[in-house]
Design a protein around this ligand. Structure first.
Ligand code: HEC
Ligand code: HEC
Length: 380
């Protein structure tokens, strides 16, 4: 896997052919915060947002502008009218925008449970949301560590040190695992570092310069959690408000209230790698998917697979990113599961990121396969 990143370190930024179509049709879903709903960070005594605002928001560049520059970067990969440098600003990646792999709204009904079955139910009626390989950026500022579980291997990747207005080249690591001069290993507890890693590597792009990173952070703060998102009972909510607002008085009660808040949302996205299952043909056509190492097998339902394909695959397949739509993706059943579990490691092209179990269930993968096989049989 890390060999992918070694190859990406030398990625060419010159291939502009697919750029125009990346992220096609992806638009941010509307965000609604009820008035008087305190932010979870404020309740936890976390002042990072205020510090950022104090540092970057000045008369001609108010906070709201930074938020919209960040949203533009996230959804379009560049900014039409940036605060620094040429207009428009250079693209982060010629292949991907962040929105190809991350939602920006709530995706899980129970915030502490990254369950792709419940997620699909939840997003199905919500426009602009997908079953993406990456975790939603909604609530990312409230998380405390990044690239966990299987993705901990990204902790070896490098970020600029420091981030300035001058572009730093992707810094490796080299064969010995060392970062190039001007870069250092990422800090798994830093959202800024996690963002630099995904801009430089996951996006097959480049690191953000200072204003871009500030804008992205301002945008992420606009997606922070609020008290009402945590689903506390009205009594518990009232007691949290009384204990922590306008500022905490009783240290013991404040600690308890904050522990309660922290138990209600995702502190760290966990990711568990998929295994490639055995696949065998069933007598009546179709396939039995399994057994997986735990002995379980799955039979796909093409009726469920259609809507799943539309939300999990079609936003990349069927666009210029990788225009193999529908049936042909199931042309080789083993390759299909190989791609879901391992993805690919293209060095200078859009690659296919793997889906961990937190992002797509085993049943869902069998359902998508059944749907694609039906398209193949129908000659589509
Ligand atoms: C091709 C897919 C892809 C693209 C494009 C992409 N990401 Fe990611 N990103 C991932 C995956 C996969 C992960 C690891 C899984 C996860 O989110 O927990 C990840 C993780 C992250 C994380 C850490 C999340 C966490 O809780 O651990 C951040 C922050 C992030 N990405 C920001 C961005 C930004 C900003 C962009 C655009 C500049 C971007 N990503 C583009 C796939 C992508
Ligand atoms: C973020 C973009 C993205 C998403 C989402 C995505 N793919 Fe891919 N996929 C790619 C790219 C890019 C390739 C080409 C990779 C290569 O061959 O180097 C690819 C290749 C594949 C291939 C191999 C096709 C061949 O050449 O034989 C299969 C199979 C596949 N994807 C299945 C899926 C399925 C199923 C889903 C949904 C569950 C999905 N992909 C979602 C980007 C994506």
């Amino acid at each position: 896997m890390l060999s992918r990143w070694k190859a990406l370190a030398v990625v060419v930024a010159a291939v502009a052919v697919v750029a125009a179509a990346c992220g096609q049709g992806l638009v941010p879903p509307p965000a609604v915060v009820p008035p008087g709903d305190p932010s979870v960070a404020a309740l936890l005594g976390d002042d990072r947002r205020d510090k950022l605002e104090d540092r970057i928001a000045t008369g001609a560049r108010p906070w709201s502008r930074w938020v919209s520059w960040g949203e533009e970067l996230f959804y379009n990969g560049f900014v039409e009218d940036p605060p620094v440098g040429p207009k428009p600003s250079p693209r982060i990646s010629v292949f991907y925008t962040c929105a190809n792999c991350h939602n920006t709204a709530r995706e899980d009904p129970v915030l502490t449970d990254q369950n792709p079955e419940a997620r699909f139910q939840y997003i199905q009626s919500r426009p602009g949301m997908f079953m993406t390989q990456g975790t939603t950026m909604w609530g990312a500022v409230n998380r405390e560590s990044f690239y966990n579980g299987y993705y901990a291997l990204y902790h070896d990747l490098c970020v600029p040190d420091p981030t300035t207005e001058t572009q730093t080249a992707n810094g490796g690591p080299n064969e010995q695992g060392q970062c190039a001069p001007g870069t250092r290993k990422m800090d798994p507890k830093s959202l800024e570092d996690a963002t630099q890693v995904c801009s430089g590597y996951c996006s097959v792009g480049r690191y953000l310069v200072r204003w871009e990173l500030d804008a992205m952070m301002a945008y992420f703060w606009s997606l922070e959690l609020h008290l009402s998102d945590l689903g506390l009972s009205p009594d518990d909510e009232q007691s949290v408000r009384e204990t922590l607002l306008p500022s905490p008085r009783d240290p013991r009660r404040a600690a308890e209230a904050r522990a309660q808040l922290r138990s209600r949302f995702l502190l760290a996205a966990g990711d568990t790698a998929r295994t490639v299952p055995e696949v065998s043909r069933l007598p009546g056509g179709g396939y039995a998917v399994g057994p997986y190492p735990d002995g379980q097998s799955f039979t796909g339902d093409p009726g469920r697979g259609g809507p799943l394909y539309a939300r999990s695959c079609a936003h990349c397949h069927g666009t210029a990113i990788y225009p193999v739509s529908g049936g042909p993706l199931a042309g080789d059943v083993n390759r299909f599961f190989q791609m879901l579990a391992k993805g690919t490691s293209e060095s200078n092209a859009a690659y296919m990121p793997e889906f961990t179990y937190q992002r797509l269930s085993r049943q869902q993968s069998a359902d998508i396969l059944a749907y694609l096989l039906r398209l193949l049989r129908e000659g589509r």
